[in-house]
Design a protein. Structure first.
Length: 415
């Protein structure tokens, strides 16, 4: 007979969470022999996501708390994610939505540690801790609900549909639930997602003509800048809560974005500004005051799991960020820029296809036969077909396939 833990919290008049978790036999967490000894492991890992966090922000906006953590830990200037499609909003439903995904693609990639996502059965970082170690997820947006499996505690409310109904939940409530869970449930892993910055960036696109921040998130009076600075205040308050609780010295914290933000606001899949976000790592086992230029979002979860002594999620293929660690495991290969290469390769293919389709007489198919352009489009595994990428097995095979496709398209353009 199955038994269930039901966790339900309702404080200050705000509903938050219902987490229904079947109790299963307890088994030891798998520990890799190369992971840190138990005495040196942190006790709490936090993935702190700032929605639409541009990699340009640390140099353009006063963020004293974030910048202080940069100096205390390791700062990666550009953390590349995959292109930023959100197929969950398509009508009719896309395979992404039909497989139960409700968020944009980069969130799933970050939480799983791979871009080779498995349809309908992907595991995430919280699964590496569950059920023996308590996990919590806090966000002011309901779009991430498909990522909530194996979190013991969740608090999520907000988003465009709820705002339209008059129910607004901001980063202040995210901070409230994060500090509440920190105090009340003693988690080993917590994912905190601050949504207001992404919402504020969209206000630049809808601003009236003549506004100094119209189509410019860096313009005077920009809601995006204000949201970033307010979020930085909340981050400082959360770090203070960690210190007051006595947990800070045994906490590793990864601060990044789910994706970047284009100057005009928003994160279209074909805009490189939307693919890059900063990453700061701070805590025991992490170097201090070091800066690197490049990492990839698939690297965060394997590094976090290594530091915490748990096995990464199924099929996670990011690398441990050995260059950022005081005592790195041996034999970690240098980072090759695979995600960046894929992003730009797909963009080049997209542009080539657009040029071919714009040519007079570019109509495809006919009389039961596929044209070369038809076939090229069938051979193109764009970001909206990411659930098919795992069929290639490796990033190198995926890249080789699309390099051949791009060469074919360029030959067609040359005719």
């Amino acid at each position: 007979m199955k038994r269930f833990i039901v966790a339900c919290v309702a404080l200050a008049g705000v509903f938050a969470l219902v987490s229904l978790v079947p109790l299963i036999p307890l088994v030891p967490l798998s520990i890799d022999a190369q992971q840190p000894p138990a005495a040196q492991r942190p006790e709490l890992a936090i993935l702190y996501t700032i929605d639409g966090f541009s990699d340009k922000a640390p140099a353009r906006v006063a963020l004293p708390n974030f910048q202080a953590l940069m100096a205390q830990g390791v700062y990666f200037r550009q953390n590349y994610t995959v292109q930023t499609a959100d197929p969950s909003n398509r009508f009719p439903p896309s395979p992404w939505a039909e497989n139960g995904y409700t968020s944009s693609v980069p969130n799933v990639v970050q939480m799983s540690g791979t871009a080779m996502i498995l349809p309908g059965k992907q595991k995430y970082v919280q699964d590496s801790f569950f059920p023996l170690k308590i996990t919590a997820h806090v966000v002011n947006e309901i779009s991430y609900r498909s990522l909530d499996g194996s979190f013991h505690y969740t608090a999520q409310a907000g988003g465009s549909r709820m705002r339209a109904a008059g129910f607004k939940v901001g980063n202040d409530r995210t901070l409230f639930w994060a500090t509440t869970f920190l105090r009340e449930v003693d988690p080993s892993f917590m994912w905190i997602h601050m949504q207001d910055t992404g919402v504020a960036a969209g206000e630049s696109r809808s601003a009236p003509a003549g506004s100094p921040y119209k189509d410019n998130i860096w313009g005077d009076g920009s809601p995006y800048i204000k949201a970033l600075q307010q979020q930085d205040v909340y981050m400082g308050q959360f770090v203070d809560a960690l210190k007051k609780s006595g947990k800070w010295e045994k906490t590793v914290m990864f601060i990044t974005g789910d994706h970047g933000e284009q100057t005009a606001g928003g994160h279209p899949s074909n805009v490189p500004e939307a693919w890059t976000t900063p990453l700061v790592m701070v805590g025991p086992g992490i170097k201090k005051g070091v800066t690197f230029d490049y990492t990839e979002s698939i690297d965060t979860v394997p590094t976090l799991c290594h530091l915490m002594g748990v096995t990464p999620p199924l099929n996670a293929d990011g690398r441990i960020l050995a260059e950022a660690l005081v005592n790195p495991p041996p034999g970690v290969a240098p980072r090759q820029q695979k995600i960046k290469e894929i992003d730009f390769l797909l963009l080049d293919i997209e542009n080539a296809l657009a040029k071919l389709k714009a040519r007079p007489g570019a109509a495809t198919g006919g009389q039961g036969r596929f044209s070369p352009l038809d076939q090229a489009q069938r051979d193109y595994f764009d970001i909206e077909r990411i659930l098919e990428w795992h069929q290639f097995g490796t990033y190198d095979r995926f890249i080789a396939h699309h390099k051949e496709l791009l060469a074919r398209l360029n030959a067609m353009l040359a005719k």
